[in-house]
Design a protein around this ligand. Sequence first.
Ligand SMILES: Cc1cc2nc3c(=O)[nH]c(=O)nc-3n(C[C@H](O)[C@H](O)[C@H](O)COP(=O)(O)O)c2cc1C
Length: 289
Amino acid sequence: MKSPVMTASGTFGYGLEYSQLIDVKKFGAIVTKTITLEPRIGNPQPRIVEVTGGMLNSIGLENPGAKVFIEEKLPKLKGYGVPIIANISGSREAEFVKLADLLKDIGLSGLELNISCPNVGYAGLFAQDADTTYKLVRKVRKVTSLPLIVKLTPNVTDITLIARAAEDGGANAISLINTLIGMSIDIQTKRPKLANVVGGLSGPAVKPVALRMVYEVSKKVRIPVIGMGGIMTSDDAIEFLLAGASAVAIGTANFVNPNTCCEIIEGIKRYMKNNKFSNILDIVGRINE
Ligand SMILES: Cc1cc2nc3c(=O)[nH]c(=O)nc-3n(C[C@H](O)[C@H](O)[C@H](O)COP(=O)(O)O)c2cc1C
């Protein structure tokens, strides 16, 4: 990767809307919005609410489905010359396996398994159970040789157990965190602000939780950890690298300033120069305790 900074799934679409505005070529990778086998319309509106220190969303994996991704989105994305990682999800194990198989020889640089979406009711949260995580990753591993990133939910008691299960199942990297489940109420109407009642909390409010989880997980697995959750500036990103992340992903910040990834890339370079670091590994996990 050219840089350790990538987009977080669902916050950069399929990368195509922004290409006129920003220098996408500098990104370490583009991680796509979640793709499912069939198209999905997502949850009812309203499904985004601003809250103190971040936002709640209950999009519910709206996406055009695998066929449109392969035929329309991916050819354009490839034009950027940046590694493309497809984030995939399914309501059953078999759907993950089928999707991974479908996406294996089409020029992707990796797959991110979204086993942690809080907004799809039934089976979005495979990652709340270590055994389920292990079995799912192992099955997907058998059908593809693409690098597998497994994306974890913070909505668990001990995220390190799930991370270990993903590693044992054959994951090449772990990414965390997906959103924390939250809610917001309009006190005049006394109604929940989201039609779905609850949704995923992201943005600066979740950063300390995300940082703690990256720190804990990176000490328990041998594979790289991709850190995300509330990263708005290069200082935030450097905290995640010091905590043990080998790369970071930028989510909610893209809605505030679409150029955030580029600014963070420049900020990390400045930090390295000022501290006379020549390699990103001079930062990764180098927290002083
Ligand atoms: C509007 C919105 C949509 C999202 N959609 C997805 C998605 O489709 N798949 C996924 O794995 N994560 C999704 N996420 C979670 C983000 O990728 C990320 O894990 C989370 O927001 C924490 O990072 P942040 O605080 O920098 O946003 C979404 C987040 C937001 C705010």
